[in-house]
Design a protein around this ligand. Structure first.
Ligand SMILES: Cc1cc2nc3c(=O)[nH]c(=O)nc-3n(C[C@H](O)[C@H](O)[C@H](O)COP(=O)(O)OP(=O)(O)OC[C@H]3O[C@@H](n4cnc5c(N)ncnc54)[C@H](O)[C@@H]3O)c2cc1C
Length: 523
């Protein structure tokens, strides 16, 4: 780090980057071990977590079983899920829901007092626990943040922009972060015995996304620049039903609406999904997203019709979606909602083992920034918040076993007027056009050229975002088959044997130069 450091803050405990659900849950599970949680925005309303609508998948209903949840997860994952990780997560899911209930999460209940369970696409049982209809993310984030604020071992610091990992003797020992801008800018070195990344996804690297603009892959980029192994980077999930009203980010029409029977139609009212997949609107997300993409590419408009399935109860049952529609002059009880696919979730991420350890000594990962092997080539709906909870708990347990208590030394500067660098329009447009729902070699090469131009001309503050974009694009170029969310129009076949991809940033640069079919099993 060349710039002068204004403050050094040290803790003998843990440092968590990210205050979404994964970061806050990890902090609570670490207690009473001291930990500092650093984030760009305010805990309780931070990251994609606060925007999650559907809920969390867990086999807690009568007649349901973790094995069924595991089987559905494996089926969605296109042959790339790690079966041991899938079993681990499906088995632990009910316990993590119990944890959330103990922390005070106000899950919706049925008349008999049991958890109310929703059905979502490609789940064979109703197993989605939810809050306030479609407010799961907002309410759970708020609950965890309140609990964290009341926990003496946790220090929450919002308004910091982390830019680089600090390394000593090949080990991660902290990170550098900025706060403020212009003459008020301060550079702070945070040092800790363990660093845990819970930095979320990268949807905002695409011009059409459901993610908040802080989901820019910076944690992925930072870890990769420090040499971490990155897994399955090419797999980006596009949500089929972002509400198409010209807003950035695009509001989401939750999958639960299709679970309740809403149908997809074109401008003439023709329902097209039954011709494409036996499960019609409840087919896996990649199938539905590509079907919409092709309708739109073929000159059609696409709509989610909730009139018959939900009708007048829409406002009470899906208040967030209702508000987004009404703000655009659409009454979803009476009119079909215009929808289009949008970048939504990154299955890839910093490669993690079953304890949340990354390949870098001293760095653990949890939540969307990690790639644990749970999702494979396509995430099953409502498995992502769950993964953050399960791996947050596992990482916390592992960290606790490695470090003892500790004190915080140094006083962080008060955060002031943080101005986060925006993902550049030219990058977002290139990612959507060239590295989106349908990819081919020419387009991916053009994508890598666009990233290289930005690296030469803009570099600096954009370095982590550009590294993340390069990893997705290079891994997509190297995977010469179509599988799950990764569709290559020049390689439409699916290889007989599915192999996860593991690459470093150096590998990604080499792929850009030579485009070898680089897919190797993790050694
Ligand atoms: C609209 C929408 C609806 C969704 N619905 C569901 C659902 O119903 N069920 C489900 O399971 N999943 C859902 N998802 C996905 C799910 O919300 C996310 O995968 C999950 O919330 C990720 O949580 P996280 O804690 O890993 O990251 P996030 O919640 O995204 O938090 C990331 C944190 O990292 C911080 N951060 C990142 N980079 C930096 C940096 N450089 N410096 C400082 N801080 C940084 C951010 O400030 C933030 O605090 C949805 C996603 C969206 C966008």
């Amino acid at each position: 780090m060349k710039n002068a450091i204004d403050n050094v803050i040290e803790t003998d405990g843990a440092l968590i980057l990210g205050a979404g659900i994964a970061g806050l849950f990890t902090a609570l599970k670490l207690a009473p071990l001291p930990c500092l949680v650093l984030a760009g925005s305010a805990p309780g309303a931070s990251g994609s977590s606060a925007w999650a609508q559907g809920g969390i998948a867990a086999a807690v209903g009568e007649g349901d079983d973790w094995r069924s949840h595991a089987a559905d997860t494996m089926a969605a994952g296109g042959g790339l899920c790690d079966p041991e990780i899938v079993s681990l997560v499906a088995r632990q899911a009910p316990h993590r829901i119990d944890d959330l209930i103990a922390y005070g999460a106000p899950f919706d209940r049925a008349a008999d007092g049991k958890l109310a369970l929703g059905l979502e696409a490609a789940h064979s049982h109703s197993r989605i626990v939810h809050v306030g209809g479609d407010r799961a993310g907002a309410e759970i984030s708020r609950t965890l943040a309140a609990r964290a604020r009341a926990t003496p071992s946790i220090t929450l610091l919002a308004g910091f922009h982390a830019i680089e990992l600090a390394m000593e003797d090949g080990r991660v020992t902290g990170l550098f972060a900025r706060t403020g801008s212009g003459s008020q800018a301060r550079l702070v070195l945070f040092r800790a015995r363990a660093v845990i990344f819970a930095t979320g996804g990268l949807g905002a690297l695409y011009s059409v996304t459901t993610n908040p603009l802080e989901a820019r892959g910076e944690g992925l980029g930072m870890a990769a620049r420090a040499g971490a192994l990155i897994a399955d980077a090419e797999f980006v999930q596009f949500h089929p039903t972002a509400i198409d009203i010209g807003r950035d980010p695009a509001p989401l029409a939750t999958e639960a609406l299709r679970g309740e029977g809403a149908i997809l139609i074109d401008e003439a009212g023709r329902r097209f999904m039954p011709d494409i997949h036996p499960d019609a609107e409840l087919a896996p997300r990649d199938v539905v997203a590509r079907a919409l993409h092709r309708q739109i590419a073929g000159g059609h408009r696409t709509f989610l019709d909730c009139r018959a399935a939900i009708g007048e109860s829409f406002k009470d049952r899906f208040p967030t979606v209702h508000a987004a529609c009404i703000s655009a002059g659409i009454d979803p009880a009476r009119q079909p909602i215009p929808v289009a696919p949008a970048a939504h979730y990154h299955m890839g991420g910093i490669a993690s083992d079953s304890r949340g350890r990354s390949s870098l000594d001293g760095l653990w990962v949890a939540g969307e920034c990690a790639s644990t092997g749970l999702h494979g080539a396509n995430r099953l709906a409502s498995n992502s918040l769950l993964e953050g909870l399960v791996f947050g708990a596992l990482a916390a347990e592992d960290v606790k076993g490695r470090i003892g208590g500790g004190v915080l030394r140094g006083v962080p500067p008060a955060p002031c007027g943080l101005a986060l660098p925006a993902p550049p329009h030219v990058l977002r447009a290139a990612m959507s056009r060239l590295v989106g729902l349908e990819r081919n070699e020419d387009g991916l090469r053009q994508g890598l050229e666009a990233i290289a131009r930005l690296e030469r001309n803009a570099g600096g503050d954009l370095g982590n975002m550009l590294a993340a974009a390069r990893l997705v694009t290079a891994a997509a170029l190297a995977r010469r088959e179509s599988r799950g969310t990764h569709w290559r129009s020049d390689y439409p076949q699916t290889d007989k044997i599915g192999v996860r991809s593991f690459i470093t940033l150096d590998d990604a640069r080499r792929i850009g130069e030579a485009a070898p079919a680089l897919q190797r099993a993790r050694s």
